[in-house]
Design a protein around this ligand. Structure first.
Ligand code: PHE
Length: 343
């Protein structure tokens, strides 16, 4: 038996085998081949029993050295593999902290809300308060109390979405019923505006929508005349569209006002000279108005011999179209981000 033990040769062979290994599992397998129960160092130990004491000591010393070196080699290799594995993982989960973050867009008020707010501000500044009411309304508030009984032809003027077949519940066709509700709850004098959503059986086109918004106003006091109405509306028009704007009252008809008017503003596009937007008239219609009809005051138990009032109502979309020069109403409801961002 050759007990000659060439340590360097063994280590060289080990290093060669190790150079092919690049994962921990294979390293463990190789380790047991050298250091395991049936491994190389164990089998070298077995030879010891055949040696005399002197040789045993020498041979044992070499085996121990060999074993220690092999252990060191495996330890180093293991550390190397673990480091490589970690680096690999880090590469996989790598985050570039220098990339600029995704910027979240901040929402905006819609044109409609913005326009309603502007109108509200103007009237709050003139001492009005804001009143709101339900969108599902009783026919009495929407029509009867507004001097529009069932037989009244004016009911046809506003194509109504009825909710019940007896036509007692409906989607309000204007925010005038809020004026009735407010008068019933309050004692005059009073000055309110009622902004809100209203419904009419209209097809959606460039200037119509079955759902739109209104701001209506009501002013009740002991002496109220058309000149008061005109002063408030003119102030509003100038604040909304600029000081150069003037207003024009044309006779009209509403069942709940007498006299009644359509109110125009001088064309904001041509300054009143005439253009295709004002159809060469120099004027653009923006609202309906009038002095509160005595029958309306009676229906809320206000004595028309004592109390008088003016009222007006305008379409918010129409005002917004003009003020922000938007080509058509549908833009307001499409939620096209390019449109929303453009103002
Ligand atoms: N309620 C009317 C409409 O919706 C507008 C209006 C209000 C007219 C008040 C006169 C007075 O068309």
């Amino acid at each position: 038996m050759n007990y000659n033990l060439n340590k360097e040769e063994i280590l060289l062979a080990l290093r060669e085998e190790l150079s092919d290994i690049n994962d921990i599992q294979n390293l463990q397998n190789l380790k047991s081949k050298y250091l395991g129960k049936n491994g190389l160092t164990k089998s070298l130990m077995k030879n010891l029993k055949n040696l005399d004491d002197q040789a045993k000591r020498e041979y044992g010393k070499v085996i121990n050295e060999l074993k220690n070196e092999i252990e060191d080699i495996f330890e180093n290799k293991l550390a190397e593999l673990k480091k490589a594995e970690l680096e690999e993982k880090e590469k996989e989960n790598w985050v570039d902290v220098t990339i600029p973050g995704a910027i979240r867009k901040i929402g905006k008020e819609s044109f409609i809300t913005k326009t309603i707010r502007e109108i509200e501000e103007i009237f709050i500044g003139m001492g009005f308060s804001i009143a709101e009411g339900p969108e599902i309304e009783d026919a009495w508030y929407n029509f009867d109390a507004l001097n529009t009984p069932k037989w009244h032809p004016a009911r046809e003027m506003q194509d109504t979405f009825y909710i019940t077949t007896d036509q007692q519940k409906l989607l309000r066709t204007h925010t005038s019923p809020v004026q009735i509700r407010t008068m019933l709850k309050s004692t005059p004098p009073l000055a309110i505006i009622s902004p809100g959503r209203v419904y009419r059986k209209d097809e959606l086109d460039a200037t119509h929508s079955p759902v739109f918004h209104q701001v209506e106003g009501l002013y009740v006091d002991k002496t109220v005349s058309v000149s008061h109405l005109k002063m408030y509306l003119e102030t509003m028009a100038k604040k909304l569209f600029g000081n150069k704007v003037s207003i024009l009252l044309r006779p009209s008809y509403f069942p709940f006002t007498e006299p009644s008017f359509e109110v125009d503003i001088s064309c904001i596009f041509c300054g009143g000279k005439g253009c295709n937007i004002c159809k060469n008239s120099g004027w653009i219609e923006i609202l309906g108005a009038g002095l509160v009809h005595p029958n309306v005051l009676k229906s809320v138990n206000y004595d028309p011999e004592i109390w008088q009032g003016f009222a007006f109502g305008m379409g918010v979309e129409r005002v917004a179209l003009l003020k922000y020069n938007v080509p058509e109403m549908r833009e307001f409801y499409k939620n096209d981000v390019r449109f929303i961002e453009s103002w």
